[in-house]
Design a protein around this ligand. Structure first.
Ligand SMILES: [Zn+2]
Length: 385
């Protein structure tokens, strides 16, 4: 199967579709659990299949440094190495270089940095990011973009956006060489890989519009909106998404990177987004924060010490069908590994089920009533934190 995307129904600005990849189809709007090291923390690949996850995100920066994209290519690619036969999207590594690596410097060529693991020196260029992802063999590869530090003045945001555009063109040229088989030294483990461009431009609508138009001119199989959910107010993010999405081709998937809370996802779907990833459901699960239909709860809270109810009475996941709030609170206070597993199973179920309900509501022309009811449910009860 080669890469493709088809919108199957629309409801207002929201759309439902199917993204096909060499490793199977993904119903959109879709949420991608984050498997940083080629594994989603706390749960197994079997758990993820049972939860109905259709696509995972994995982090190029981490896999490149350890165990190395060459090793993974020699093991047959990331799908085989990680025992995940379904679709995978990899990021470019840029975000982690900006957030994790030490002594990083950015110039026109790329990003120089030292590994956070052993201090070794590396240069990540747009071409190198394409090569690494070709060796990993993900179904969707992302271009290297420059991650703008916030707050950014309009001038700095423009400079960064324009560099990202030049890098996008270089990444596409390299990707097409890899696809044509003329990139020497690269072990291509997934010949059907697609590549997505990334729209940048900070919180400036005119820069976002220009970035979208120019990125579309380069030409990619799909498009992402990057650099949001980095501290700006939610209404600013929604406004940028609302202005950017219509500038992207109707017949290509749209991916809002690193977003977000359940409310953010519903609002972004309303503005035409198809793909999401976020560490919130998995990271917060390990800290004891559970997403529920009535808002977030922190299971560490003393008020749950003798609460024999399920984490979310409206949830049908294994954790909610089997365990009480009192038991989950005990596990996390006892430092039990199962606390992370059971909380992660619930949070991922909540996210994936929310996306399922979104898709159904779009199909039946009821997205707007779903959206209103969803937000009302979340505000029905005070949040723990
Ligand atoms: Zn549950």
């Amino acid at each position: 199967m080669s890469f493709g995307f088809q919108v199957t129904s629309r409801d207002g600005g929201a759309r439902r579709g199917v993204m096909t990849t060499p490793h199977g189809a993904v119903e959109t709007p879709a949420f991608m659990p984050v498997g940083t090291q080629g594994a989603v923390k706390g749960v197994t690949q079997r758990d993820l299949e049972a939860l109905g996850a259709e696509i995972l995100l994995s982090n190029t920066y981490h896999l490149y440094l350890r165990p190395g994209d060459g090793l993974i290519a020699r093991q047959g690619g990331l799908h085989r190495f990680a025992g995940w036969p379904r679709p995978i999207l990899t990021d470019s590594g840029g975000y982690q270089v900006f957030s994790l690596a030490s002594r990083r410097t950015i110039d026109e060529q790329g990003a120089r940095f030292q590994s956070h693991l052993d201090g070794s020196a590396h240069l990540l260029t747009p071409e190198k990011a394409a090569d690494i992802q070709a060796q990993l063999g993900s179904d969707v590869a992302m271009v290297l973009d420059e991650c703008l530090a916030l707050p950014a003045e309009a001038g700095a945001a423009r400079t960064s956006m324009e560099r990202t555009l030049r890098w996008a063109a270089r990444a596409r040229t390299r990707f097409l060489e890899i696809r044509a088989g003329t990139a020497s030294g690269v072990i291509v483990t997934n010949p059907g890989q697609a590549q997505f461009g990334i729209v940048q431009g900070g919180v400036y609508p005119d820069l976002r519009e220009e970035s979208a138009e120019q990125t579309v001119k380069v030409g990619f199989e799909g498009y992402a909106i990057g650099g949001l959910s980095v501290g700006e107010p939610a209404d600013v993010m929604y406004d940028i998404v609302a202005r950017t999405a219509p500038r992207l081709p109707e017949d290509r998937p749209r991916y809002l990177m690193g977003v977000g809370t359940p409310s953010d996802i519903v609002e972004a779907v309303a503005r035409g987004i198809d793909l999401f990833d976020c560490v919130l459901p998995t990271r917060n699960a390990r800290n004891g924060q559970l997403f529920t239909s009535a808002g977030r709860i922190n299971i560490r809270n003393a008020r749950y010490a003798e609460d024999n109810g399920p984490p979310d009475p409206a949830c049908e996941c294994y954790t909610c069908r089997t365990f009480s709030r009192a038991y989950l609170r005990h596990l996390i206070h006892a430092g039990e590994i199962n606390a992370a597993t059971l909380n992660t199973l619930h949070n991922l179920h909540f996210y994936l089920d929310t996306l399922r309900r979104i898709r159904e509501s779009v199909s039946f022309g009821r997205f707007e009533s779903f959206r209103v009811a969803f937000h009302q449910g979340l505000s029905g009860q005070p949040h723990d934190s």
